[in-house]
Design a protein around this ligand. Structure first.
Ligand SMILES: [Zn+2]
Length: 362
């Protein structure tokens, strides 16, 4: 049964969600957009003002006749989120992210090859340092981790970190007495795009190339994680049966043809063949994506990674390879574009998850 606290939460989410999507609004506009009564909107706004989550921003310049209305907007600095990105092999990125998805502080920490319990201890130490460094009230902690993460925040498996069935969320929640969200890194990046991206696509594939290749799927405006929480694990789709042997035992997996270290190595060794190397790698990614794009009828493929992956040569080759393998009705609409968040996408997305869970901002 819905309690008064449930209703309060729902109304706060409704208003914060509207302010996030549409920007500052007057109370009258908010009533119109949310269907809540003027009296309810006024009461909820007062509650959010008291909480420091929204702020009054002066009079609405576009106001009509009569008494000018005061605009209300989300106070981006009303809360910060402690966020970690564990996807890189050599370092951990720690950040404080505000309610607008802006990174307000960023630190990098040497991972020193930590795995297993040592990696857990490192994560806890970094969280403690960022909690200490925060000068705003904290909304929670968001962790972007490689591997498969279940709905309870258990890291089912993260090979590079040596974690199996690790209940990371409950562990950190107990230690810090804050809400904690654990999200797969590619899924986090997709959430960053969905929550704070410039595009308005509600069906997209976000491809993140680092040590490996992962993808986050957004379908009908929601992150899709699949029945084993492993949706988007495209790194071991075979794209070249005659290719190199992969760590998984197969030959020519996408990850053996397209990964950040591999591309950088190939480019360094064959400086004159740069465009051909990027073209071939982009084509391999496109081959792996064509079936997914066709099956799901997404409109956007967003690419994220370091220099090789964000080049126009790579992007164009991937777009061509997808177009050559899909129906025109899909290919003509499809946009293949670079992420606007660069490598902050995972920390921003981890924050987005906490914003969604705690405030209903999405
Ligand atoms: Zn493989």
């Amino acid at each position: 049964m819905a309690t008064p606290e449930d209703a309060r939460r729902a109304n706060r989410s409704l208003l914060l969600g509207a302010l996030h999507r549409q920007g500052p609004r007057s109370r009258a506009d908010l009533a119109k957009h949310t269907g809540l009564t003027r009296a309810t909107v006024s009461a909820v706004v007062r509650d959010l003002l008291d909480d420091g989550l929204v702020e009054e921003l002066g009079l609405d310049p576009a106001g009509g006749v009569g008494k000018p209305a005061t605009l209300v907007g989300i106070d981006a600095d009303g809360r910060h989120v402690v966020c970690l990105d564990l996807s890189e092999p050599a370092q951990v990125v720690g950040a404080l992210v505000d309610l607008g998805g802006k990174v307000v502080a960023r630190r990098t920490y040497d991972r020193a090859a930590a795995t297993g319990p040592a990696a857990v201890a490192l994560v806890a130490r970094i969280c403690a340092e960022l909690v200490e460094a925060a000068d705003r009230p904290l909304l929670g902690i968001g962790i972007a981790s490689p591997g498969v993460i279940d709905a309870d925040g258990v890291v089912v498996t993260a090979a590079h970190l040596g974690w199996r069935h690790l209940p990371l969320r409950s562990r950190l929640a107990t230690e810090f007495a804050l809400p904690v969200a654990i999200v797969n890194d590619a899924n986090a990046a997709a959430l960053a795009e969905l929550t704070f991206g410039e595009g308005t696509a509600t069906n997209l594939i976000y491809v993140r190339v680092d040590e490996g290749v992962g993808a986050g799927l957004v379908l009908d405006g929601r992150l899709f994680t699949g029945s084993s929480a492993a949706a988007g694990e495209i790194g071991h789709v075979v794209v070249d049966p005659d290719g190199a042997t992969c760590a998984c035992g197969k030959r020519g997996c996408l990850e053996t043809e397209v990964s950040d270290p591999l591309l950088n190595r190939r480019l360094a060794a064959n400086a004159d063949d740069g465009p051909a190397i990027l073209d071939r790698a982009g084509e391999h990614l496109g081959i792996a994506l064509a079936t997914v794009v066709s099956a799901l009828d997404v409109t956007d493929v967003v690419l994220s990674g370091s220099d090789p992956v964000t080049t126009e040569t790579f992007r164009a080759a991937a777009a061509r390879a997808i177009a050559a393998r899909t129906l025109p009705v899909i290919a003509e609409r499809l946009v293949v574009r670079a992420s606007t968040f660069a490598f902050d996408d995972a920390v921003i997305g981890a924050a987005a998850r906490v914003l969604d869970l705690e405030l209903g901002i999405r």
